[in-house]
Design a protein around this ligand. Structure first.
Ligand SMILES: *Cc1c(COP(=O)(O)O)cnc(C)c1O
Length: 399
């Protein structure tokens, strides 16, 4: 029996069974659905993309996987070279892993050990944001701040090692003033907090965070697992404010295979680079640098570059703003739009009950959660398809 994610198995409704997928469409036995959530925000080029398929097929004919312990190969070398060129600043050192959560764990471990290697063992505290989501593994849950996902942590009581602040400059300044001696990092989902409710905030907060991290020598980590590859309307938020460690996942492989990367700047890498074996980063997921994942990730980045994706995302944002303009309802708290993300936050979660089936019947796959009805469409969507997704959302409130 399959144990499904985030579901009470006793009451969950039967999931839709997908038998084929192509472009922005998912196919069930008797319905064709626009995937308005890009399979958890990852399938940016759509399904069954001929070049992405071919990248995997060609690599599989050589080998699908070899471990990165003591071995290396061309796909992982090429991908790390590509990332070095594609990512801003001196974000040049790529540590691969098999999921976003693990890549965040690696980032947090890196930050802690960076200071341990310097003998600053008192720097054990993580600064993070309220409503943060960084994954479902234990340390990422602790850095996260989401009762709906992580209430199991209540069993441990409040964490001694994580401080959460709102996205307000005053709170940021106060916490640095008070705790800078024991902080090793400030981890954020930059500009757009995804699973915590599609919350959007201003870049000025991140600029101030960068200044304070510099002033007090604290590492700034951007968890761009969700925001990376254009979702906010910027290639990476790291293009606007340079973090010390950047985490990418989800869209890294175009949604084809689970893979993620923790990318460090030179100064972080150098904090490990010496002749003491104890200063090495002791981490190594079995499937890190998987050859199929690296091949498809490399092709995905190439498509992103040559396909004018930033223009596509701008167009998605324009159409979304045009369609959602003036849309309101007494049950709605706020409509938020940023880049390729739109979120309708309702006042009462009950308002969204039944929406998924309603959308299904109209040819749209949607997965609202809690009070959030949102779309994060594949970037290859056409105007008509996008309008259909947005109209379906609006028409629900006209019922
Ligand atoms: C999805 C997500 C993760 C976790 O990635 P997984 O691949 O599901 O482990 C971490 N951080 C953010 C911001 C995410 O959206």
């Amino acid at each position: 029996m399959i144990w499904y994610p985030y579901e009470q198995m006793k009451t969950m409704k039967t999931p839709y069974k997908i038998i084929d997928a192509n472009g922005v469409y998912l196919y069930t036995e008797n319905q064709k659905l626009i995937d308005s959530v890009s399979s958890w925000w990852s399938v940016i080029h759509g399904y069954k993309h001929p070049e992405l398929n071919q990248a995997i097929i060609s690599q599989a004919e050589k080998f699908s996987h070899v471990m990165l312990g003591g071995l290396t190969h061309e796909p992982v070398q090429k991908l790390s070279e590509k990332l070095q060129e594609f990512l801003p600043g001196d974000l040049d050192y790529s540590f691969f892993s098999d999921s976003g959560s693990v890549a965040v764990e690696v980032a947090l471990k890196m930050a802690l050990q960076y200071y341990m290697n310097r003998g600053e063992e008192q720097r054990t505290t993580i600064l993070a944001l309220e409503h943060a989501y960084h994954g479902d593994t234990f340390k990422t849950m602790e850095a996260g701040d989401d009762e709906d996902y992580h209430f199991v942590l209540k069993a441990y009581g409040p964490s001694k090692y994580v401080i959460h602040i709102p996205t307000e400059t005053e709170a940021l300044e106060q916490v640095f003033e008070k705790y800078h001696d024991c902080l090793n990092c400030f981890i954020v989902e930059p500009l757009l907090q995804g699973a915590g409710g599609m919350r959007m905030y201003d870049v000025s907060f991140l600029k101030r965070a960068r200044e304070l991290c510099d002033k007090y020598d604290v590492l700034l980590i951007f968890d761009e697992v969700a925001t990376g590859f254009g979702r906010t309307g910027h290639r990476f938020v790291a293009d606007l404010v340079l973090p010390d460690i950047l985490v990418l996942g989800k869209a890294l492989t175009g949604g084809y295979i689970g893979h993620a990367v923790t990318v460090a700047r030179k100064k972080v890498f150098e904090g490990f680079y010496d002749s003491n074996p104890q200063h090495a980063l002791m981490h190594g997921p079995t499937f890190m640098g998987n050859a199929l994942a690296c091949s498809v990730a490399l092709k995905s980045i190439e498509l992103f570059e040559k396909g004018a994706y930033m223009d596509r995302i701008r167009r998605i944002e324009e159409i979304t703003r045009r369609e959602m303009e003036g849309f309101s309802d007494e049950r709605i708290k706020e409509v938020r739009i940023m880049g390729g993300c739109v979120c309708v936050e309702v006042k009462d979660a009950g308002t969204l009950k039944g929406y998924q089936q309603y959308a299904y019947e109209r040819g749209v796959f949607s997965r609202p959660f809690l009070k959030y009805l949102y779309a994060m469409v594949p970037y290859v969507i056409t105007e008509d398809e996008l309008v259909k997704v947005l109209h379906t959302m609006k028409e629900w409130f006209a019922l």
